[in-house]
Design a protein around this ligand. Structure first.
Ligand code: TXA
Ligand code: MG
Length: 361
């Protein structure tokens, strides 16, 4: 694209950051690295700028955006107040992958950012480039993940380029994102209770160390079922992060039952002419024959799985996989965020591997 800047950050950092900051201040859109995933930023106060984010992503307009700040002094102009629990969480986890849903100060941001809610989601990213960009732009920066809506979130500048080149005003390339899954979105009560609306980079175990109690929004567990309540985080109701092929998660009582079921289904799919994929872990990946096999690292290292997940899902698309099966990882630590994203990518389709099948085959 003529005039489409991709600023690779190196010795010219200051020049790139100032140019990108000026684009944001002038009402444009810039993709930038954070410690979680790449975000697509715009001035949160500027409705025309925020509308460019929705247009570029193809994002449903009832899904509100997270506002990114570089200094807690920016909070005063955004929110009506911060309670003691929220203050404690900010002190512990900012800058970092924690987003707080706070009462919005009327008129502080475009209504397109909050999707008409009386709250605004705020976070301070733990990334040198993101913080410097927000400072250079000198405004609160609304930024969803910088992917086309429905695609896996970007963990490399190249992913942003694949999805959004030509639809946005520039990309800051700061290398691979660290955590690999998005921030944890929470609401916190004055009484110390913390409700997790979206699992993410800060784990429930970390929150529990500071909160009177931690609970998951009940809508998370039942998302996808007919009687499920509306989730408090509107974005959680969409099928996100989906690869182009059909993806299904296989679960069972034993790892051997799961592996046997996966291989049987892969063989049957291959015989039908499907291009097959399997998403597994180092401990099991050698068991499978498929056209594309992706490991998320050791089952004992959920932070590695989080780091590799989205790029892994994109690999299936690159290889043209049409039928993909995935193993689960333990729902602990960062594994909770990995399983949340994997279930959403699979549209909550789960195959259960029975032990009987294993014995009789
Ligand atoms: O790590 C992240 O959070 C990344 C990076 C770029 O910072 N951003 C991100 O933004 O994941 P996005 O737009 O993809 O996800 C925002 C999530 C959605 O699930 C949305 O529904 C929820 O936050 N959200 C935003 N405002 C909210 C509000 N006022 N109340 C409840 N949920 C809210
Ligand atoms: Mg997103």
């Amino acid at each position: 694209q003529a005039g489409f800047p991709l600023w690779a950050l190196g010795s010219d950092d200051a020049i790139a950051l100032n140019e990108a900051g000026a684009v944001l201040a002038g009402g444009g859109t810039v993709a930038f690295p954070t410690e979680t995933v790449y975000g697509l930023g715009a001035d949160a106060r500027n409705t025309a700028a925020v509308e460019q984010i929705f247009a570029a992503k193809g994002r449903p307009s009832d899904n509100p955006l997270i506002v990114h700040i570089s200094d807690t002094s920016q909070l005063d102009e955004l929110v009506l107040g911060v309670n003691d629990t929220e203050r404690r969480l900010m002190e512990a986890f900012w800058p970092g992958p924690l987003t707080l849903v706070l009462p919005v100060k009327p008129g502080a941001v475009s209504p397109r950012v909050t999707a008409g809610l009386d709250t605004v989601a705020v976070r301070m990213p733990d990334h040198r480039v993101a913080l410097a960009l927000i400072s250079a732009a000198d405004c609160p920066v609304a930024a969803p993940s910088a992917n086309r809506s429905g695609r896996p979130s970007p963990t490399l500048a190249g992913h942003v380029f694949e999805d959004l080149a030509g639809a946005i005003d520039g990309i800051l390339d700061g290398g691979p994102a660290g955590v690999g899954v998005e921030s944890t979105v929470v609401q916190a009560g004055q009484d110390g209770t913390v409700t997790v609306l979206r699992p993410g980079g800060v784990t429930e175990e970390q929150l529990a160390a500071l909160a009177a109690s931690v609970q998951r929004d009940p809508a998370l567990a039942r998302a996808g079922s007919a009687d499920s309540p509306a989730p408090r985080s509107p974005g959680m109701k969409y099928t996100h992060y989906a690869p182009k092929g059909a993806l299904c998660i296989v679960q069972g009582r034993t790892a051997d039952a799961v592996s046997a079921k996966i291989q049987a289904e892969l063989d049957a799919a291959g015989a039908r002419g499907e291009t097959t994929g399997v998403l597994s872990f180092d401990e099991h990946i050698g068991r499978y024959r498929a056209d594309v096999a992706v490991s998320l690292g050791s089952l004992a290292a959920p932070e590695e799985a989080a780091h590799r997940l989205y790029a892994g899902l994109r690999q299936f698309d690159e290889a043209g996989a049409t039928f993909i099966l995935a193993e689960s990882c333990p729902d602990k630590g960062l594994g909770a965020a990995v399983m949340n994203r994997l279930l959403k990518a699979a549209g909550h389709h789960i195959i259960f591997a029975s032990d009987d099948g294993l014995a009789s085959d």
